[in-house]
Design a protein around this ligand. Sequence first.
Ligand SMILES: C[S@@+](CC[C@H](N)C(=O)[O-])C[C@H]1O[C@@H](n2cnc3c(N)ncnc32)[C@H](O)[C@@H]1O
Length: 276
Amino acid sequence: MTTPTAGVSTTALVIASARATESERADRLFRDPLAAGFLAAATGEGPVPALETVRHPMEHYFAIRTRLFDDYLLRACARGCGQVVVLGAGLDTRAFRLPWPAGVRLFELDLPHVFGFKEPVVAAAGAVPACERVTVPADLGGDWAAALRAAGLRPDLPTAWLIEGVLCYLDSAQAERVLAEATRLSAPGSWIAGEHVSRRVFDDPVARPMLDALAAVDAAWRSGVDDVVPWLGGYGWRAETVDLTDPAVHHGRLSELDRERIGDGPPRGWIFRAAR
Ligand SMILES: C[S@@+](CC[C@H](N)C(=O)[O-])C[C@H]1O[C@@H](n2cnc3c(N)ncnc32)[C@H](O)[C@@H]1O
């Protein structure tokens, strides 16, 4: 088993750690029973330096984001998407834990060593997907679109895409290519949701400790955009950003988010949803 405790895949463990914590709360926004198993499998092999510095200040945000994208994907499927593609899926377990409509195919795409770690943990837990789950080991910096098509994605059918906490780890050229390829593979009726960061974040002293902690484990953020809505619009997506102060989004966690995420001034990043 290759443990993702260094490099960009460490960040998947950070998210799994936040999901494991959330799953223990009485007022949890979701339950991810596999998250603790990933953590145990990884930390059994030694400390994970980025976990605390990055996870702790962001854990409510990660929980809210997770629930938001759970709801988004189920809604997109209810509106006619029979395919889901999770780009940079990491230790995402939505294939196992969400009540998918019959017939949904869900593609998880990430670097090969991530699946080298993930699949044995999933198998040991005896987890059974609630949809048709297809793993696609591929690099988003390479010809991942060909790998996805070879794995069975049908570009003539509507797709619900998710790119959660991933774009900032790509350089600008890679991020542009990812969006261009996803767009090319998207039939009318497709949706895309995810998160991207503002270019301004790289000069923001509040973000600096987290950026430094990520860089120290070779998982530096590499790019952002000026404004995500026109960026998506340039590829033909009708996009909107999610308002974290909306009670339907924060589920009573606004006070925690206030400290972590909603500062004064321009946004450090955006959660977006877009239709085609
Ligand atoms: C912060 S994690 C998010 C994981 C998952 N989306 C979630 O929210 O649980 C970032 C993920 O992006 C993946 N990633 C980063 N660069 C990648 C690349 N070039 N190709 C494929 N995956 C990549 C990492 O391996 C990691 O799993």
